[in-house]
Design a protein around this ligand. Structure first.
Ligand SMILES: Cc1cc2nc3c(=O)[nH]c(=O)nc-3n(C[C@H](O)[C@H](O)[C@H](O)COP(=O)(O)OP(=O)(O)OC[C@H]3O[C@@H](n4cnc5c(N)ncnc54)[C@H](O)[C@@H]3O)c2cc1C
Length: 303
């Protein structure tokens, strides 16, 4: 129920305006979002790097409604890719195709994506592509295939909860894809996605094995200790060393676990969202964990 309300809240422009204009809400959002400015995200990445943890920089913003918004996102991403080597950071960037105009003008989106991929390749920064709601999955897979043929370093997020995912991966096997495996953050209908926690975990484990066999340098984007333990064991069984794959976690979530994995010799990367469009991201994190919602509401009423 709380989950459904939050999913509704994430799409409500009125509520979004009220929350994002509230100075306390803005401050509280900093637990999960590095800040509104690029230099704040770069500082967060440097701090993580000092603990042997890599970064994934994510400029918040999704579902742009005009090409001017998409062009602005490209310019900002270029600023990010240029800043990474200047600051000597171990960081990738992660983009959402809907932010580049996917639902407005596909050809423009392809051009925008290529511009970012070329610019990032020029300065040696790997690019990751987030996966959004199920209406965008087929097109995102097609665009990833094109991107990976020219820029094989590109990584794609794949959602374990979707019923179609095992087949999607099978059709990409010859590519030996670089994948970030996640559970999936969007509320999807039962025909499209598994709903039960255990079912989703079982599919995540199945896909973990698949990635060790058919993927390249897999990444597991989860805070779920059961799935992290499974990946560690599956790696050992597949004869992989801790450096052959990575764990990815979100900024501000399970910080001790992030450091612990890094101390035990695993590669760890933390996804750092930044920018002014933090509202949909924050509501998705609260939908995953009601205690975050309570933390947020308490801060708003000053208790
Ligand atoms: C690096 C990264 C990139 C991602 N990219 C995408 C993407 O492109 N597309 C997409 O659909 N989804 C993405 N996700 C989100 C993902 O799909 C899940 O919604 C999210 O990771 C929660 O699932 P979980 O596997 O961590 O398990 P959960 O069962 O949600 O969490 C396991 C445990 O982790 C802790 N935890 C989890 N979430 C929180 C939280 N919000 N606050 C505090 N503690 C928490 C709790 O201890 C919890 O018991 C990404 C996640 C990560 C980590």
């Amino acid at each position: 129920m709380v989950n459904r309300v939050l999913v509704w809240a994430s799409g409500s422009p009125r509520l979004q305006r009220q929350v994002t204009e509230n100075p306390i809400a803005r401050r509280v959002s900093h637990r999960f979002v590095a800040g509104e400015r690029l230099d704040e995200a770069l500082d967060a990445a440097a701090e993580l790097n000092s603990h042997e943890i890599g970064a994934i920089l994510d400029l918040l913003g999704e579902g742009v409604t005009d090409l001017a918004g998409a062009t602005h996102a490209v310019e900002q991403y270029e600023e990010v890719t240029d800043a990474i080597p200047t600051r000597g950071l171990d960081a990738t960037i992660s983009i959402k195709l809907s932010q580049l105009g996917q639902t407005v003008d596909r050809a423009a989106c392809v051009a925008n994506l290529n511009e970012i991929l070329d610019r990032a390749a020029g300065v040696g920064v790997p690019v990751e592509i987030d996966m959004e709601d199920s209406s965008l999955v087929s097109d995102t897979l097609d665009l990833f295939r094109e991107a990976a043929s020219k820029h094989p370093q590109t990584r794609l997020a794949i959602q374990a909860a979707l019923r179609r995912t095992p087949l999607d991966l099978e059709t990409m096997a010859s590519l030996k894809p670089r994948v970030r495996l996640v559970k999936g953050a969007y509320a999807e209908p039962v025909e499209v996605a598994l709903q039960g926690k255990q079912e989703i975990r079982a599919q995540f484990k199945f896909l973990t094995d698949w990635l060790f066999e058919h993927g390249t340098n897999p990444a597991f984007g989860t805070h779920d200790s059961d799935l992290i333990d499974y990946a560690r064991k599956a790696a050992a069984q597949a004869g992989k060393s801790p450096k052959d794959f990575e764990f990815q976690l979100l900024y501000g979530i399970r910080r001790n676990l992030q450091e612990d994995l890094a101390k035990h010799g695993y590669r760890v990367r933390v996804y750092i969202p930044f920018g002014s469009a933090w509202y949909p991201y924050l509501t998705r994190r609260m939908a995953e964990r009601p205690s975050n919602l309570i933390f947020f509401l308490r801060a708003l009423v000053g208790r």
